[in-house]
Ligand binder design. Structure first.
Ligand SMILES: [Zn+2]
Length: 240
């Protein structure tokens, strides 16, 4: 049985649903985390460069290469296989400020179609994907890409956005008629995996210890339609 999680960035799946992924891998399932926006763009400028400098990294460092390495280490902790799609993050698609990242997708931003095309043909009996809580445009694009595929999906609450705003609403493409599904989760392994994302912890949480404290009280709640809930329960109960 193949479980495939679709992560916008190199950290979202681990921050949001790492405990569930670890437990599914422990249950003997093949777990793959596909991260969509991981392209290295040489010579970043403007807002894209600022996103790197504000993490304390000089301009000549291949920021995404560092992040892909962090992700490989985190996935090893979870027992998952990383797959990195070569698509550019929003600052390389015409989004020019932090505010713009959270102000909705540009009409001419076809990233969702690129994500959907890249997912075509990938194996997955059960899928996990973001609800896009917090409305980061890259998360909205992944939600839109996955929602249109008709696959069985468990939709996760985006962390750390849900920590900042527990009332954050999902993106407009989230299907209706969803309910929570109960799955095992290993929150200790989630924290250990998240600790691998060294370039992000200061910016997102204020450091590794603060990350552990913040995530400790955050259970993973996944929403799914009736068919995906039934499939998820069957997958877990049938796991070797
Ligand atoms: Zn993200």
């Amino acid at each position: 049985m193949q479980v495939t999680a679709v992560s916008p960035h190199l950290d979202d799946a681990a921050f949001s649903v790492g405990g569930t992924l670890a437990a599914l891998a422990d249950a003997g399932l093949e777990v793959t985390v596909v991260t969509c926006f991981t392209r290295s763009v040489p010579g970043p400028r403007g807002f894209a460069l600022a996103c790197q400098l504000d993490k304390g990294l000089p301009a000549d460092v291949d920021y995404m290469a560092l992040r892909r390495d962090e992700d490989a280490a985190a996935m090893a902790v979870l027992g998952a296989t990383p797959l990195h799609l070569d698509l550019p993050e929003a600052p390389h698609r015409g989004y020019e400020s932090a505010a713009e990242l959270f102000a909705g997708a540009h009409e001419d931003d076809g990233a969702w179609a690129d994500v959907r095309a890249a997912l075509t043909g990938l194996p997955g009996d059960l899928w996990l994907a973001p609800q896009a809580l917090g409305a980061h445009v890259d998360h909205l694009q992944v939600l839109r890409a996955v929602a249109g595929t008709g696959r069985p999906v468990l939709w996760w609450r985006d962390s750390p956005y849900v920590l900042r705003d527990p009332a954050a609403r999902p993106g407009p493409d989230l299907p209706g008629g969803l309910a929570p599904v109960e799955l095992p989760q290993d929150l200790g392994r989630r924290a250990d995996a998240c600790a691998c994302y060294g370039t992000q912890l200061g910016f997102q949480f204020g450091g590794a210890e603060a990350m552990r404290a913040a995530l400790a009280g955050l259970p993973e709640v996944l929403l799914a339609d009736a068919a995906a809930r039934e499939l998820a329960q069957a997958v877990v109960s049938r796991a070797p």
